[in-house]
Design a protein around this ligand. Structure first.
Ligand code: GLA
Length: 385
């Protein structure tokens, strides 16, 4: 954990004065319910104990100075509505500022420094932590007192409008609403959710990072929302009540099969199955049925790999390697896909040896060193001072 004192002293050495506000914003895992968010379906995420830490101070000008401490990088710009930068991390910040300004919230110039312990490109949403922590700090300085939902939407809109990534609300929601030891089953259509205790008995959640990352902009991520929208537009000609894949039934999909390409049929079929798996996973979590949870993880991965086609060979290797490991109940790729981590349910006994074995074989097959993280479920975004 990054200490607040450390952050404060870094801020002072950068800007000469102590910060007025400090914020912590976590990354997230998603137990199950992948790519369902922008289809108005169900997700089951949690915030994790890896965070990004921010320090802010108003500087009495109309200039915004940003320091990404880990990257040893700085960006300064005027708050005049014309924002541009070649630094991806600064784009997220500019996108957030733009969304505040769209709401007519007056922002004055400020200095900001941030530091992160969230692995980047690992599929645990370092970008949402950046958007949400940054938004929380601005909200505090501007005294706009926005609700967490407003901040989540600001973060998501920043991605959609400024970065051009057609993502859903999953990541920002998870970073802002997380609670220690609890996962959240959210209905992305009406934005209601419930907390569920994550008690996995003798099992733990371990993320194994392929250490390959494909940006959402260059990967196929952005094609998926439009493919899903295409299915909806075709099916709704016969079934006008189908306003999103959330409202599509199996029968309607089967009935529409001849109007859909194989690819579109597969995309919709995956989303239907994934929404069902979220509810099945909740039932298994409540009864601590680890075997069933594991089965659902594998089934989710198969769909992501073969029907939704957002996996990649490295992720598939990591999941396939768990097959022969008796102490692994299940595994799947997590997040947007095209790289990043797998989520694994592993029995505590002998866990380190099992992970080591998988890492070794992964290296032999792909030539790449993987990394892993034991996950603790933690609280969401908070103002520290
Ligand atoms: C990325 C996006 C989310 C969501 C996931 C897949 O993390 O940012 O909105 O679509 O992929 O579930």
């Amino acid at each position: 954990m990054i200490q607040t004192e450390k952050l404060q002293s870094l801020f002072i050495s950068e800007y000469g004065e102590a910060p007025q506000v400090t914020v912590r914003a976590p990354g997230r895992i998603n137990l199950i319910g992948e790519h369902t968010d922008y289809n108005m379906g169900f997700v089951f995420p949690a915030a994790i104990d890896k965070s990004m830490y921010f320090a802010f101070r108003e500087n009495g000008t109309m200039t915004c100075n940003l320091t990404a401490h880990d990257k040893d990088a700085k960006v300064s710009f005027d708050l005049d509505g014309t924002y541009d930068t070649d630094k991806l991390w600064a784009k997220y910040c500019m996108g957030v500022i733009k969304e505040f300004q769209k709401k007519n919230i007056k922002i004055s110039g400020f200095d900001c420094l941030f530091q992160s312990e969230i692995p980047i490109g690992a599929g645990v949403s370092s970008s949402a932590a950046l958007e949400c922590g940054f938004a929380k700090g601005i909200d505090h300085m501007a005294n706009s007192q926005l609700a967490n939902w407003d901040l989540a939407i600001i973060g998501n809109q920043a991605e959609n409008n400024f970065l051009g990534i057609q993502s859903g609300i999953l990541d920002q929601f998870s970073s802002l609403f997380g609670k220690a030891n609890k996962a959240m089953l959210m209905d992305c259509e009406n934005k209601t959710f419930d907390y569920y205790e994550v008690d996995l008995d003798t099992y733990e959640i371990v993320l194994i990072n392929t250490n390959v990352k494909h940006s959402h902009l260059s990967s196929g991520y952005n094609d998926r929302p439009s493919e899903c929208a295409e299915v909806v537009s075709i099916v709704s000609e016969s079934y006008p009540e189908v306003s999103s894949l959330r409202h599509l039934t199996r029968e309607q999909l089967e009935d529409s099969e001849s109007n859909l390409s194989k690819v579109l049929y597969n995309r919709a079929s995956f989303i239907l199955g994934e929404n069902e798996r979220v509810h099945a996973f909740k039932a298994a979590l409540l009864t601590k049925d680890i075997e069933e949870m594991g089965r659902l993880l594998y089934s989710s991965h198969q769909g992501l790999q073969n029907l939704y086609e957002v996996s990649c060979s490295e992720l598939n290797v990591l999941v396939d390697l768990t097959d022969v490991e008796e102490s692994i109940a299940g595994a799947r790729m997590m997040g947007g896909g095209f790289g990043g981590c797998t989520l694994n349910l592993i029995h505590r006994e002998g866990m380190e040896e099992v992970i080591e074995r998988i890492q070794l074989k992964y290296k032999q097959i792909t030539g790449i060193d993987s990394t892993y993280y034991h996950v603790k479920i933690a609280n969401g975004v908070e103002v520290l001072k």
